[in-house]
Design a protein around this ligand. Structure first.
Ligand code: ZN
Ligand code: ZN
Ligand code: ZN
Length: 676
């Protein structure tokens, strides 16, 4: 197909319908338009309107077997400009059919006139390997490894760090696959690969005390699930003879062995030569590999009026990792592994991850992120410096290269607190098959963070920043994301003291602390009791002793809302909130029957934690009595929720004086409060 140009020279101002040519340095922009609008633009002589609409028509036509309905001219269209991590992209989304189209060009397509009209169109690859296990794909991987080994030394940087090695590893060097003890004594291990995968509904092939000896002698190819077979195939083709797979290399029914090996998990991934991420597979029964079909062949539209050879390519977009090609994908991903709690640190800590996606391979190392549909490295942070590094929430999901723990040591204390909060906020959005894994699945990150924070880790928090860390609350992201009643109950089995964010299910958020806090209490003690020696692993108990002021309040439940519409911030009605502006968040639904039930009308306590320096807001923990500690001679409390009260803007008093005046007569004297 070929399109002739407009009668007159292209306008330099953006067309109001297709937003081209975009203003220089316009940054990421999203605009809603419609196919109808593009047709109008075409009729009035806008070249970009006409080429974009022709491109959409041609992608829709090539996938016609799936979408039988004809294009509706009023169908809404979202245009995303420069949203990819590379800072250069153009993608079009047809809302009704959920079709996303990527626009790109070949180097030969780019003429000076072309670049003036489409400065945001990236270079793309037209001839892609048909399958992620083809020779061409393997060559692509080998090239990425070579570049990383020669130019970045990402692997050497992480493998050199201290940390224990796995106890067992699969030897796949010969046709007899067997589990062997790794040479832990030598402190040195030959290069090995790790698999990062979803377990799916049932446990994949595992090593247990019953079959440990059998697995040491050999594991039959035929009993290996499809995903493991595919992984072994690809790892062997990369010339690597050792492979670590969690279910086979950790004895699954020996809780002690499991806890010991889980504690090493972070360093196991960190030291791996490469991590194979089965990004598209939701269980071990599925194949590791994907590929492309005719529907993903790009359509090329020639633009002779923009110079000889000028053209634009259109293709149904591939599935990319969240935050990798696309800044908007910050909540959930269509790739199953990206929603799993364990995989968070596996991706985060490893030096190099090779993702096997539904259509193509993606590569992430500490320096670059790229995929097969992008011809060269799209991001190279040069190792990253604090100067180029901003602490926006979306950075957590951006390429490893950008959010890299190598930067942590350079951060100021306030920035480090923010980094930890962002990590926990992202982590708690993810799904864990076993609720008790909440600390183990992030323990590798906690261990590395500790080196930069030089603070003690207590139940997912840091002793140095406790007033900040304690100010977390439950977050309901959206109805689709929250699984049924997820927020309304506590975990089935105790996993953390109630003052820890790990004592609740689902996503949490930390209060924004602005320029900092003034604490209104004294932290006397913060302790947790690990099952084994690893303080970042599973806990058997924990307590927090604070000395400060309590304010009594009665608790009621809002009745106007239906049970299933309730959200954490819509549950409580506290008499303390009368004539106050602020928010109350419940940690769980205490109106429901059960051991954690609190009858309406009961008296509970607010513990004054801190005020914000900038706004003077008061932050309080909501507590209920749960017993008496004879030894310390104090009441034992459970946390129920969090309260934030806003200080009126016209008040001149210092925050502390103001709040002490407001609650005069209702406040207790300084009291020792022990929360478990
Ligand atoms: Zn236009
Ligand atoms: Zn690298
Ligand atoms: Zn791609």
């Amino acid at each position: 197909m070929s399109l002739s140009g407009p009668k007159s020279a292209p306008e330099s101002r953006p067309c109001s319908l297709c937003h081209h040519p975009p203003r220089a340095n316009s940054g990421p922009t999203a605009a809603i338009t419609s196919l109808d609008a593009l047709s109008q633009g075409t009729a009035s002589g806008c070249l970009s309107c006409s080429v974009l609409s022709a491109g959409i028509q041609s992608v829709v036509a090539s996938s016609a077997s799936q979408d039988v309905q004809p294009l509706d001219s009023i169908e809404r269209l979202r245009m995303d400009i420069n949203m990819a991590a590379s800072g250069q992209s153009l993608s079009l989304t047809l809302f009704d059919r959920q079709l996303e189209i990527s626009v790109f060009a070949q180097p030969t397509h780019k003429t000076p006139e072309f670049d003036r009209l489409f400065p945001n169109v990236p270079i793309g690859v037209v001839d892609l390997p048909q399958s992620t296990c083809s020779d061409a794909s393997l060559e692509w991987v080998v090239e990425k490894l070579r570049q990383c080994d020669n130019n970045h030394t990402c692997h050497r940087r992480t493998s050199g760090s201290s940390g224990p090695l796995p106890r067992h590893i699969l030897d796949i060097g010969s046709s007899d696959i067997r589990l062997r003890e790794s040479d832990v004594e030598d402190g040195e291990i030959a290069k090995y690969a790790c698999l990062s995968h979803c377990w799916g509904a049932s446990r994949p092939l595992s090593t247990t005390t019953a079959n440990l000896d059998i697995h040491r002698h050999g594991i039959c190819w035929n009993v290996l699930p499809r995903l493991f077979q595919d992984t072994i195939t690809i790892v062997r083709r990369l010339g690597i003879t050792l492979l670590w797979i969690d279910s086979l290399c950790i004895i699954q029914d020996d809780k002690d062995d499991w806890r010991q090996e889980a504690a090493k998990m972070g360093s196991v991934y960190q030291k791996a030569y490469i991590v194979i991420s089965a990004s598209k597979a939701s269980s071990s029964e599925e194949s590791l590999f994907g590929g492309i079909n005719d529907q993903l062949e790009p359509s090329t539209i020639a633009l002779p009026s923009l110079g000889q050879g000028a053209a634009l390519c259109f293709r149904r977009s591939f599935t990319h990792s969240p935050g990798y090609m696309d800044h908007r994908l910050v909540k959930s991903s269509s790739l199953p592994t990206f929603n799993r709690g364990w995989i968070f640190q596996e991706r985060f800590l490893s030096s190099r991850v090779l993702h096997f996606g539904p259509q193509e391979l993606s590569w992430e190392c500490l320096r670059t992120s790229t995929c097969q549909c992008t011809p060269s490295t799209i991001v190279d942070t040069g190792g990253g410096t604090v100067g180029t590094y901003t602490l926006s929430a979306r950075r957590v999901l951006e390429p490893k290269a950008v959010f890299n723990h190598g930067h942590w040591r350079q951060l100021k204390e306030a920035q480090l607190i923010k980094v930890w909060h962002m990590l926990v906020e992202e982590y708690t959005k993810l799904h864990l098959t076993f609720e008790s894994d909440i600390f183990p699945a992030i323990s590798g990150i906690a261990k590395i963070f500790q080196r930069s924070a030089s603070s003690e880790y207590v139940a997912g928090m840091w002793t140095k920043s406790l007033p900040y860390d304690l100010a977390w609350h439950k977050e309901t992201l959206s109805d689709e994301l929250a699984t049924e009643n997820e927020w309304s109950r506590r975990p089935q089995v105790w996993r953390a003291p109630t003052w820890s964010w790990a004592a609740v299910l689902g996503p949490i958020k930390f209060l924004d602390m602005g320029t900092g806090l003034v604490t209104l209490c004294k932290i006397e003690d913060a302790k947790c009791f690990p099952y084994q020696t690893d303080r970042t692993g599973e806990l058997s108990g924990g307590n927090l002793s604070l000395r400060g002021h309590l304010i009594s309040t009665s608790i009621n439940y809002r009745s106007s809302l239906g049970q299933n519409l309730r959200k954490p911030f819509e549950l409580f009605e506290l008499d303390i909130m009368e004539r106050q502006v602020g928010s109350v968040w419940a940690d769980y639904d205490s109106s429901l029957p059960g051991t954690d039930h609190i009858p309406a009308g009961s008296v509970i306590q607010c513990f004054m934690l801190a005020t914000r320096i900038d706004s003077g807001s008061l932050i309080m923990l909501l507590l209920r009595k749960s017993g008496y500690d004879e030894e310390d001679g104090c009441v034992i409390w459970h946390r129920l929720g969090l309260v934030q009260l806003s200080k009126p803007p016209n008040v001149r008093l210092e925050a502390k004086d103001y709040w002490f005046t407001v609650f005069k007569g209702r406040m207790s004297d300084l009291t020792l409060v022990k929360i478990i």
